[in-house]
Design a protein around this ligand. Structure first.
Ligand code: 5AD
Ligand code: SF4
Ligand code: FES
Length: 362
């Protein structure tokens, strides 16, 4: 007989069947799941939510992921790179407002000029903030040398989403070439850890052809890699991408949203002391999406610091929020949202994942 959800929620380890059962929870059951996740969050990470001020540095990208609005093949995207002065200004805003950390994110490029530009920025940010501002990079797959160079210049966390942990599905969402190789992405995650970064990964939820079993595999992937940080959110179709042709096969946006919330809640129950982000994509579907994610387990939020004039051009998916607002508006808005969700903002702290600290000490 199938196990009852109540029974699964009393366990500390889970089989794949348990995970699928939790992902399939109906409306009544999911309330139990969310309550359990909230309780574990309170116990292990507390009420604090940490800020990572997000600078979307550039939408130039050499890759062609089938789901992404800024893929190289999308000729209708106007390409930009934020000037060094503007990046520094954004970082200074984060520093002055005690955000604790920033994230520099961009499309993937690995030419020498790009690599050294990032190194220079890292150096300048370190000087400006006297080394006090934590710096996360989200700049895709790079060589070990590049990862080392950026680490030495002061970056200490790196986000590289695996996007989907099933290699066969990975092949359906990406061109079949050397630039989009599943194994290479896995190798990058290992290299990042070897170099010394706190490593974050993540997936999209509700992609076409993706089953609950695949999502359970994603959760087990995070666990088996013993990841420090996770950022995941619903897949949202974008009209100018190849994957858009499967839009009629998708779950409703609401279903994708609730699946994403369940993924956050289950992951919090499985990996009690990691950092989990309340991602912007959750808010693209539900206006209260990020608050809801915080309530069921997320403890990281990324206020957007990209200068407003560029925001419209960093459209990875449709209905991306915060494209008209500036840093000040997003800061105020998020403060209110976090308080509404019963959280406290960890001002001026790096907010490293407790999981990482523990592993480092052991
Ligand atoms: N829907 C949701 N998330 C997306 N991303 C890219 N395209 C989409 C989309 N259509 C996510 C990917 C990538 C991150 C920067 O944005 O997971 O890693
Ligand atoms: Fe480029 Fe990242 Fe978009 Fe892929 S997901 S096309 S690597 S920006
Ligand atoms: Fe940007 Fe609310 S967080 S407007």
């Amino acid at each position: 007989m199938e196990k009852k959800l109540e029974q699964i929620l009393t366990q500390d380890t889970f089989t794949k069947e348990d995970l699928v059962r939790m992902l399939a929870a109906d409306e009544q059951e999911r309330t139990l799941l969310f309550a359990r996740a909230a309780q574990i969050k309170e116990q292990y990470v507390g009420k604090k939510v940490f800020y990572r001020g997000l600078i979307e540095f550039s939408n130039l990208c050499g890759k062609n992921c089938f789901y992404c609005g800024i893929r190289a093949g999308n000729a209708s995207t106007h390409r930009y790179e934020v000037t060094p002065e503007e990046v520094l200004e954004a970082a200074k805003y984060a520093y002055d407002n005690k955000f604790g950390s920033i994230v520099i994110q961009a499309g993937e490029r690995s030419d020498k000029k790009f690599v050294s530009r990032i190194s220079e920025l890292l150096q300048q940010i370190r000087e400006m903030s006297k080394g006090e501002l934590g710096i996360t990079l989200s700049l895709g797959e790079q060589s070990e040398e590049t990862y080392r160079e950026w680490f030495e210049h002061g970056a200490h966390r790196y986000l590289l989403r695996i996007e989907v942990s099933n290699p066969e599905l990975y092949g359906r969402y990406h061109p079949n070439d050397k630039k989009h190789d599943y194994q290479q992405r896995i190798d990058c995650l290992h290299t990042l850890r070897k170099v010394g970064y706190q490593v974050g990964t993540g997936v999209m939820i509700g992609l076409p052809f993706q089953s609950l079993e695949d999502m359970a595999d994603d959760l087990m992937f995070f666990r088996d890699f013993d990841i420090d940080m996770v950022g995941m959110g619903p897949y949202i179709e974008h009209e100018s991408t190849p994957l858009y042709q499967f839009k009629d096969e998708l779950l409703s946006k609401t279903d994708r949203f609730y699946l994403s919330l369940k993924m956050v809640a289950i992951l919090r129950i499985m990996m009690k002391d990691i950092n989990i982000a309340a991602t912007t994509a959750m808010q693209a579907i539900d206006p209260m999406g990020r608050e809801k994610a915080i309530k069921v387990g997320a403890n990281i939020i990324m206020p957007n610091l990209t200068p407003t004039s560029y925001r419209e051009d960093y459209l990875l998916y449709e209905d991306k929020p915060c494209t008209d607002e500036d840093a000040e508006e997003c800061k105020r808005c998020l403060e209110a949202r976090i308080h509404m969700a019963g959280g406290q903002i960890g001002y001026g702290e790096w907010g490293d994942s407790k999981h990482f600290e523990k592993r480092r000490k052991s």
